[in-house]
Design a protein around this ligand. Structure first.
Ligand SMILES: [Zn+2]
Length: 109
């Protein structure tokens, strides 16, 4: 069974809610049991959201690497390629973050 803290949104798995919320300290009575449908949405979207987060992290690494390449400034084609990679990685990062935000707003988190 899945429980959600109505104060901060923290999730808890178990037969009963926790004595107090590990995130905000709210007491057990502040937790509500999720419906089967709500819980299913959360379980089925968990891995996908993790993948989006990892893609965003990797894209941030590309942005950093590309910036290092730009700073080294070996020759114009290289700098141009790094600038392009940096811009593209930034879009990848923002796209995945937007998708996660969209999931969260629809209960898929
Ligand atoms: Zn809480």
């Amino acid at each position: 069974m899945l429980w959600r803290c109505t104060v901060c949104g923290m999730l808890h798995e178990g037969d009963a809610p926790p004595e107090k919320c590990p995130k905000c300290g709210a007491p057990a009575e502040k937790f509500v049991a999720l419906t089967e449908e709500e819980a299913q949405k959360i379980y089925t979207s968990d891995r996908t959201n993790d993948i989006h987060m990892e893609i965003a992290t990797l894209a941030a690494k590309i942005v950093k690497l590309a910036q290092e390449g730009i700073d080294i400034n070996l020759d114009p084609p290289c700098v141009s390629l790094f600038k392009q990679a940096k811009d593209e990685a930034w879009v990848i990062k923002l796209r995945s973050k937007a998708e996660i935000a969209g999931h969260a707003s629809r209960g898929k988190w």
